[in-house]
Design a protein around this ligand. Structure first.
Ligand code: PLP
Length: 398
């Protein structure tokens, strides 16, 4: 069978292949410390579970409106307004089966063939995959480690804008580095976007996984609500990755287009799951806060141990449930490369992690080497045991 030509341009999420490797290693009777996948080993809040059960009992099992049940659209608009300071109403919300579908629906709605789209590299690999698959030109912009932080150099970003650039993908708070833009940087980014008349996919999948008090959204800056489509997801905040529910939130005209895509692609998102999510927004905020505090404790444990390892340095990010330790010195001391090191780490210690190249091809001139550790799917005890095994492994060879 000959697959369509476009299938050659479709990428994938190679983090899933790291899971398969880890599973194969575990199947041979080895202990695994699963730092690879951004899934949670924390149960979904009871409020969500009960909300969904009740909806099933009440027969909410048929099709529902294409853009989502009105109560959830309304609650989402209110939630986003209260956390970000925006001014959305339910007409600005189209419920989706997860956050991920928002990426392709944004591109399908706004990108013409040959248009250039800026996207972060390292970054969530689905951006590049979907831009190329749908006939656009993917133009990466880097995140760099500077002064104890990962950040985007906005002058560099500007230099990558051409007359064909129409869209930009901004992932604030960022997978894999955990970085977030400061308020000042968001202001500068907004000016740049407006000056070049760009539209934004604002991937805020981790907006609620933020340990700092002051959170800012690009969409709340004057003139930006009209240009941003927010990718919202229930996956992380309410530990609902497998329930598959999210939303596209943005200008009404765009939401109408996206709702038409919903009609064409899945008709509607799961009906009773929407009631579960609604219960989460209305009654589950305390449970969500507990999830956040649990994640924070894991972060602190992991960062402390990583910072003690020779040859490794690790920034302590204020958002996401990822760490992006720099292992350049360890590789030099061991005389190995990143991929061999990652594989050896799994074999010798059971620590399963992703690496820089799972988040896009390294950019020209990039010299630092990083692993990415997710601490969302591993207990604190296992974080300790895994990172101590890693430390012993390193110290026995350096
Ligand atoms: N965006 C980013 C940056 C992510 O890391 C993820 C998932 O890991 C998503 C979007 C999509 O999440 P979901 O489809 O579960 O809502």
């Amino acid at each position: 069978m000959q697959l369509a030509e476009r299938m050659q341009r479709l990428g994938t999420e190679t983090a899933f292949s790291v899971s398969a490797e880890a599973a194969a290693h575990a199947a041979q009777g080895n202990t695994i410390y699963p730092f690879h996948l951004g899934d949670l080993n924390i149960p979904t809040p009871e409020s969500v579970v009960q909300g969904a059960f009740k909806a099933i009992e009440q027969g909410k099992t048929g099709y529902c409106p294409n853009a989502g049940i009105p109560e959830l659209r309304q609650a989402l608009a209110e939630e986003v307004n209260s956390t970000r300071g925006t001014g959305y109403s339910m007409e600005n919300v189209a419920v989706q089966p997860g956050g991920k579908p928002v990426i392709s629906k944004f591109l399908l709605s706004l990108m013409d063939p040959g248009d250039e789209v800026l996207y972060p590299n390292p970054g969530f690999p689905i951006y590049e995959s979907q831009i190329e698959f749908l006939g656009g030109r993917a133009v990466p912009y880097p995140y760099l480690e500077q002064e104890g932080n990962f950040s985007v150099d906005l002058d560099d970003l500007q230099s990558r804008i051409s007359p064909r650039t129409r869209l930009i993908i901004v992932n604030d708070m960022h997978n894999p580095t955990g970085a977030r833009f400061s308020r000042q940087e968001l202001g500068q980014l907004a000016s740049l976007i407006q000056a070049h008349d760009l539209y934004v996919l604002l991937d805020e999948a981790y907006f609620d996984i933020c340990y700092a008090e002051d959170r800012h959204s690009l969409a709340a800056i004057p003139g930006m609500q009209e240009r941003c489509l927010i990718l919202y997801t229930f996956s992380k905040k309410f530990a609902m990755t497998g329930w598959r529910l999210g939303a596209a939130i943005g200008p009404e005209e765009l939401i109408q287009g996206i709702t038409r895509l919903n009609v064409n692609q899945e008709s509607c998102s799961n009906h009773f799951v929407q009631y579960g999510a609604l219960a989460g927004l209305k009654q589950g905020q305390k449970e969500a806060e507990e999830i956040l505090q649990r994640l924070k404790r894991r972060r602190d444990t992991a960062v402390e141990l990583l910072q003690e390892m020779s040859g490794v340095s690790c920034i302590c990010p204020e958002s996401t449930f990822y760490l992006y330790p720099n292992v350049t010195e360890a590789l030099a001391a061991l005389g190995t490369d990143l991929e061999s090191f990652r594989k050896e780490l799994l074999k010798q210690t059971g620590v399963s992690a992703c690496a820089r190249h799972h988040f896009g091809s390294p950019m020209p001139g990039e010299q630092q080497a990083y692993l990415r550790l997710a601490y969302s799917g591993i207990s604190r005890e296992d974080i300790r045991a895994g990172l101590q095994a890693w430390r012993d492994f390193l110290h026995s060879r350096m």
